[in-house]
Design a protein around this ligand. Structure first.
Ligand SMILES: *[C@@H]1O[C@H](CO)[C@@H](O)[C@H](O)[C@H]1NC(C)=O
Ligand SMILES: *[C@@H]1O[C@H](CO)[C@@H](O)[C@H](O)[C@H]1NC(C)=O
Ligand SMILES: *[C@@H]1O[C@H](CO)[C@@H](O)[C@H](O)[C@H]1NC(C)=O
Ligand SMILES: *[C@@H]1O[C@H](CO)[C@@H](O)[C@H](O)[C@H]1NC(C)=O
Ligand SMILES: *[C@@H]1O[C@H](CO)[C@@H](O)[C@H](O)[C@H]1NC(C)=O
Ligand SMILES: *[C@@H]1O[C@H](CO)[C@@H](O)[C@H](O)[C@H]1NC(C)=O
Ligand SMILES: *[C@@H]1O[C@H](CO)[C@@H](O)[C@H](O)[C@H]1NC(C)=O
Ligand SMILES: *[C@@H]1O[C@H](CO)[C@@H](O)[C@H](O)[C@H]1NC(C)=O
Ligand SMILES: *[C@@H]1O[C@H](CO)[C@@H](O)[C@H](O)[C@H]1NC(C)=O
Length: 707
């Protein structure tokens, strides 16, 4: 043994030196590579980012180098896990793996040597790694490892025929040595016992029997022809039952090696990944002792509850519950019909049982548990405040491995990040829980926004259809998330700005975008350029505004409080629903017109006139009485030489002159003076003023037909 160790050392040293020459040593920067001795295995973890492709491994011992292929790993006690979510490759080697070298350094030590092979531009680079793990945790009489790719049992060898020799290993002889044909193995299952074979035959079948320090080791990959599947307390279990025996003269030595592992793949229930193993996979007095954790770490009993793990026992089964978001689990987004996610847990569990002879069995489980696809809905919220004039849409709960790459707004695509030249903004917030969120802002009045009027809401609807393109990283599979928002901007019918002028009223409306929704009418007549021209209004109408000047005494006025000091004139513009003609609102303006003289020829058949007669009064005379052609028709008000008459057109002696296109009513205002009164004899020359109203016949015959 000593010679072979020395040879191996030299060999590996030579190899190492040659590698150093070619590969350089910058690869082993801090953190890229981890070599660790764990309770029951040696671990190498390599950062994938540093190696590029997934690296390969070779096991090295004094006899040569051995590529660790999938089959070879399962047979020889190696497990390689590619933890791509962590960017790691992990190699676990059993202390009893084929190429472990046993050293007596500091007690029972285990020496590991590996070559790590990376390929860069088609050229392989070799890195020699070595470590010696001394005195791991003391071994129990029986230890079982349920690795991801193999089962391994080791038992303390207590062979009775120790003939006084102090050298254990020579007494027993290495089990795998070709010189020990005496050792045979037989496999059995509940249905049959298979014929015995020698150990080299068994090795060919994939089984390895070994003797390391003072333990007998048996290892088998899963799914061997000699294995069988059964259910123990409802949990699926795979078992390989091997019995090795040796006939040495009249003594038959037999060792029972049973590898049994729970094959539960785990299930997902209400936020927990559930995994179970029978309480009594191996004979047990009472309950077994359980400790477990993730990624090769056993959690302290007290921390189990604090980390949210669950452990329950029922029906002789131990059930472990791992919360979906447990620390140490790995999460990945996935696009199926919707955005989904799944979680991966590397469960590590130690189960210790004691049988009736107080012999301890320890089971070590390595299990990779994967949840089914869980829906991982995004959260979209419309945070628009119309007063801000901007759509504000929040897209939250975006998982850390999902990126927003573009946004379609009403069918038009914009790459993320937005260019500075567009009026929209997108802000990203990264949260401490590693999810992130985006807030999109688009002005309500942007041309990309669809605007339409809604009668039932009496509002302008601003509509935006958003189609987010999200990419799950790594990879380029897109996920489309759509969201439609509508902002309602209440619209009121317009009202005009109005000013009184000396000769009429001016109306002005500055158009808003939706003011085409209404009709404007004067009474029941729709305001059009033709109507305005017919009635003598002045109208101008462009895209910006509507201006309407309504001169006094034109159609549509109403007059009140007519007196010597003027009158009130009122004009209304009605705003009507274009379809139903319902009056929605109106703008009515009343102005005081204080002209000193005026005549109103009203269409309701009255003539009202305020006039200053001083022009027809001889100087120095004072008027004593005013009347019309009909003597009895007197003014309603008099102020010196100013009078107010208001009388029906057809009375007070008015004369009517009918012309081809118009009709004229005429009357005269007479004033008697003090001089006339004093003389009294000759009929005085009356002072008078003619007043008349002429109406166009067109359109008035309706009003006058009654006369
Ligand atoms: C083991 O690796 C170390 C470097 O980590 C090296 O110095 C040593 O020579 C190696 N030993 C063997 C036996 O290869
Ligand atoms: C093991 O058994 C096989 C088949 O019976 C035989 O050919 C082989 O020689 C045996 N090996 C040893 C080392 O006895
Ligand atoms: C325990 O096992 C019995 C019989 O196998 C079964 O009916 C019962 O549902 C099990 N209990 C639980 C909690 O699974
Ligand atoms: C909207 O405006 C108010 C103040 O006018 C401001 O406090 C608020 O933050 C704005 N909201 C958004 C989403 O911009
Ligand atoms: C992450 O945190 C943010 C902000 O506290 C929260 O809005 C969001 O819902 C959280 N995401 C998840 C997936 O819980
Ligand atoms: C969102 O955009 C994608 C890519 O253009 C398109 O295939 C998908 O139909 C869109 N979704 C909706 C609802 O418009
Ligand atoms: C003003 O012009 C617009 C556009 O040409 C037209 O739709 C509207 O009817 C006009 N308004 C009036 C009162 O003529
Ligand atoms: C009419 O009223 C205006 C404003 O009240 C005043 O400035 C003006 O002098 C008045 N005109 C007459 C003729 O009284
Ligand atoms: C009335 O009509 C006649 C011709 O029919 C016309 O000469 C006259 O000017 C018109 N008068 C008014 C005040 O329009």
């Amino acid at each position: 043994t000593n010679t072979s160790t020395a040879m191996a050392f030299n060999h590996s040293l030579a190899l190492l030196l040659s590698l150093w020459a070619t590969a350089g040593c910058d690869f082993f920067v801090e953190g890229v590579l981890q070599l660790e001795c764990r309770d029951r295995y040696f671990m190498i973890a390599v950062d994938l980012a540093a190696t590029g492709d997934v690296p390969r491994f070779e096991a090295v011992d004094g006899t040569g180098t051995y590529a660790i292929t999938e089959d070879y790993a399962a047979k020889c006690g190696y497990s390689i896990s590619i933890l791509s979510l962590l960017g790691l490759v992990e190699l676990r080697a059993s202390y009893f793996s084929c190429h472990t070298e046993k050293t007596l350094f500091q007690g029972a030590g285990f020496s590991f040597r590996f070559n790590l092979i990376t390929t860069y531009e088609g050229v392989d680079a070799y890195y020699a790694l070595n470590k010696t793990c001394s005195s791991p945790l003391p071994w129990s009489p029986r230890e079982v490892t349920c690795e991801v790719n193999y089962m391994e049992v080791s038992v303390r060898s207590e062979l009775p025929c120790q003939s006084g020799s102090s050298d254990d290993s020579s007494t027993l002889g290495p089990l795998y040595s070709p010189s020990t044909e005496v050792w045979q193995v037989t496999f059995q299952n509940p249905y049959q016992q298979l014929p015995p074979m020698n150990l080299s035959q068994a090795r060919q079948e994939g089984y390895i029997f070994d003797h390391v320090h003072d333990r007998i080791v048996f290892r088998t990959p899963y799914g061997q022809p000699e294995s069988y599947h059964t259910e123990v307390t409802g949990v699926p279990v795979e078992v390989v039952h091997a019995t090795v025996f040796s006939r040495q003269s009249w003594v038959v030595v037999m060792v029972d090696l049973i590898a049994a592992c729970s094959m539960d793949e785990g299930s997902y229930d209400s936020g927990y990944m559930i995994w179970g193993t029978p309480e009594a996979l191996y004979p047990s007095l009472g309950t077994t002792q359980i400790s477990f954790g993730l990624n090769g770490n056993l959690v302290e009993q007290a921390a189990v509850v604090q980390k949210g793990f669950i452990m329950e026992r029922y029906n002789s089964t131990v059930q472990i519950g791992i919360p979906y978001d447990a620390e140490g689990g790995y999460r990945k987004s996935f696009v199926s019909d919707c955005l989904s996610e799944f979680y991966i847990f590397n469960l590590y569990l130690k189960q210790t049982s004691v049988d009736e002879r107080h012999e301890e069995t320890v089971l070590w489980f390595h299990r990779t548990l994967v949840t089914p696809l869980l829906s991982s809905p995004l959260f979209t919220e419309d945070q628009t405040d119309v007063d801000n004039g901007t759509f504000s849409i929040h897209l939250g709960k975006v998982p850390r491995d999902v990126e927003l790459t573009s946004v379609q707004l009403n069918g038009q695509e914009f790459a993320v990040p937005f260019s500075d030249s567009i009026a929209y903004t997108l802000t990203e917030v990264r949260h401490s829980n590693k999810s992130h969120s985006y807030t999109l802002k688009v002005p309500l009045h942007d041309p990309i926004v669809i605007q339409e009027f809604s009668k039932e809401n009496a509002a302008m609807l601003h509509k935006l259809d958003i189609n987010y393109t999200l990419i799950v990283k790594p990879g380029d599979e897109p996920y489309y998330h759509t969201f439609s928002v509508t902002a309602r901007m209440a619209v009121s019918p317009p009202s005009f700005d109005v000013v009184c002028t000396e000769s009429g009223i001016d109306f002005k409306l500055a158009y808003r975008s939706f003011d085409y929704l209404w009709d404007f009418t004067i009474g029941s007549d729709r305001l059009t350029p033709v109507l305005a021209a017919n009635h003598g209004y002045t109208m101008s109408n462009d895209s910006q505004s509507l201006l309407l000047s309504v001169p006094l005494f034109t159609h549509g006025y109403k007059y009140k409080d007519i007196g010597l000091n003027g009158f009130l004139g009122t004009f209304s513009i009605l705003v009507r629903d274009r379809e139903t003609a319902d009056i929605l609102t109106s703008t009515t303006k009343t102005c005081l017109f204080n002209a000193t003289e005026f005549i109103m020829c009203s269409t309701n058949g009255w003539m009202t006139v305020v006039v200053d007669l001083s022009a027809v009064l001889p100087s120095g005379e004072m008027p004593t009485r005013f009347h019309l052609l009909n003597n009895f028709c007197v003014p309603k008000a008099v102020d010196g030489t100013r009078v107010l008459f208001s009388f029906p057109l057809h009375s007070c002696g008015s004369t009517v002159k009918l012309a081809k296109e118009n009709v004229t009513y005429q009357n005269k205002i007479y004033l008697d003076t003090s001089e006339n009164a004093v003389e009294g004899f000759n009929p005085p020359t009356p002072h008078r003023m003619t007043v008349q109203c002429t109406y166009p016949l067109v359109g008035l015959h309706r009003l006058f037909s009654i006369h």
